[in-house]
Design a protein around this ligand. Structure first.
Ligand code: ARG
Ligand code: ZN
Length: 477
């Protein structure tokens, strides 16, 4: 989403007339990536997406996905060509109502050359049609699209969009989304946000499901869960949908255990809003896939997706707390660079500790003590991975989660509860729907506390080895 639109009068005229000002440099191709430290070719340069309209037809029996995605984008520089991140077989591209040429580069780059260059400040439609079997497509060395016995899951981090819609695939370019899928009658389609069509008959034997994410959303946080689900609907007092869905292939006890946790999502969000500031989104809920179909849970915006196996031994409220805390830390305030991943995982993990304390189980201080001194002994290789720069191959290393959360506990011990919670709330308020970096968090913590904290963060985030941890018995305010 473009937050600052700068168009000079001359540029506006140039856009209207479709001409270029002679004084400016010739239009150039947009960069193939945004220069992320870990994934330099993810995302693209030269334009900013405002909206994705994704219209698909999908058949679970064949895994055939056909579709048209229309992107509303604004050029941020004069562009002779630009890239989309996409891995499926593309059949046509139009830019601004004119056919464009396109060529694949590598496994997830589509280079698009519009019939006429785009001028800085110009907003245009990019219409991409495609037809493929996503489960047969390998990119970045694997297939993130997940075919299940009764449908499919498009759920992944950081890669997933490539297998179902073309995009500017980096958390620094958020947009609103409409997702609409035609599936055989009886098959369900769950996605982010609010349903705008619920199993609406359209062809003999085919129904359409449509969902809208009105708030800015990062590309990896858009999801599809297609298959047979038992769904439940409710509303918040202000009329926002609470939708939960459970794979019908879960065994009854596991499905029941999952419900005891997932059906508390709205309560958990309300509790988190007291600690972290207002819930950034309206719609709520959760989706539980079959056991071992996903292998992880993901904080897909407004409606996390969970693996059924996470409830095989009973309720798992801390997992729900974790994924819902990401709605503030990760989804609303996103990483500017994937190297900043601890800003997501450390914070969501610390939320679990706060929940435990609030529930009258272990206090955050007790958990910090246990994780620091018992779970990970000083000589464990765990302590050699630094959460502030874990490396692309260790994006989800336990150190990012546990040592990230310990970093926050060390900060809390250093600044005290009033400042600590003021830092969290100011962070979510000032960066809402945007992105942020670790140096910005450190600067904010110093500004609010008035303390010099660079040594604390240098030790906890960037220095291999186990730091000392002072623990006093703090309690949740
Ligand atoms: N952000 C997710 C979570 O902490 C983790 C996703 C892990 N992804 C993966 N492909 N293993 O809940
Ligand atoms: Zn997480």
């Amino acid at each position: 989403m473009l937050r600052r639109i700068v168009i000079t009068g001359a540029a506006v005229l140039a856009v209207v007339l479709g001409v270029q000002s002679g004084a400016q440099a010739a239009p150039a191709p947009g960069a193939p990536g945004v220069g992320d430290s870990y994934y330099p070719d993810y995302g693209n340069g030269g334009y900013d997406v405002g909206h994705y309209d994704i219209r698909l037809r999908y058949h679970p029996q064949t895994d055939r996905l056909t579709g048209t995605t229309t992107i509303l984008a604004t050029a941020t520089q004069d562009l002779s060509a630009f890239n989309l991140d996409f891995a499926l077989r593309t059949t046509s591209v139009r830019v601004g109502n004119r056919p464009a040429t396109f060529v694949r580069e590598g496994d997830h780059e589509l280079v698009v050359t519009p019939a006429r260059p785009l001028l800085r400040g110009q907003s245009t439609t990019i219409v991409v049609t495609y037809d493929d079997v996503p489960s047969s497509v390998v990119a970045a060395g694997y297939t993130a699209w997940n075919r299940t016995p009764d449908g499919a899951l498009a759920v992944g981090q950081p890669e997933i969009a490539w297998w179902w819609y073309p995009s500017n695939d980096h958390p620094t370019d958020k947009a609103s989304f409409d997702v609409s899928v035609l599936v055989p009658s009886g098959v369900e389609v769950i996605s982010n946000g609010s349903p705008t069509r619920w199993a609406q008959p359209e062809l003999r034997g085919w129904d359409r499901w449509s969902w809208r994410s009105a708030a800015p959303q990062a590309t990896y946080l858009a999801f599809l869960a297609i298959g047979d689900f038992e769904t439940y609907g409710d509303e918040t007092p202000d009329g926002e949908p609470i939708i939960t869905a459970y794979s019908t292939r879960l065994d009854p006890a596991t499905a029941a255990a999952a419900r005891t946790s997932i059906e508390r999502s709205s309560e958990i969000v309300d509790w988190q809003a007291e600690l972290f500031g207002p819930y950034p989104f309206g719609p709520r809920g959760g989706v539980v896939a079959g056991a071992r179909e996903l292998g992880f849970a993901l904080e897909t915006q407004t409606r996390p997706v969970y693996d059924g196996a996470s409830f095989a031994r009973g309720s798992n409220n801390s997992l729900v707390v974790h994924e819902l805390a990401h709605q503030w830390f990760g989804d609303s305030v996103s990483v500017r660079d994937w190297r900043d991943i601890w800003l997501n995982e450390g914070f969501a993990s610390y939320a679990e500790w706060l929940w435990s304390e609030k529930e009258g189980e272990g206090t955050a201080a007790e958990i910090a003590d246990y994780v620091h001194s018992v779970a990970w002994p000083a000589d464990d290789p765990f302590w050699q991975v630094v959460p502030g720069d874990p490396g692309a191959t260790q994006l989800f290393h336990p150190a990012v989660y546990d040592r990230g959360a310990l970093t926050l506990h060390a900060l809390r011990e250093a600044v005290g509860d009033p400042d600590f919670f003021a830092i969290l709330r100011t962070w979510t308020e000032t960066r809402r729907y945007g992105d942020a970096s670790t140096p910005e968090f450190i600067a904010l913590a110093e500004e609010i506390s008035g303390d010099e904290l660079s040594a604390l963060f240098q030790t906890w985030l960037y220095t291999p080895g186990r730091p000392e941890l002072e623990i006093s018995l703090l309690s949740v305010p």
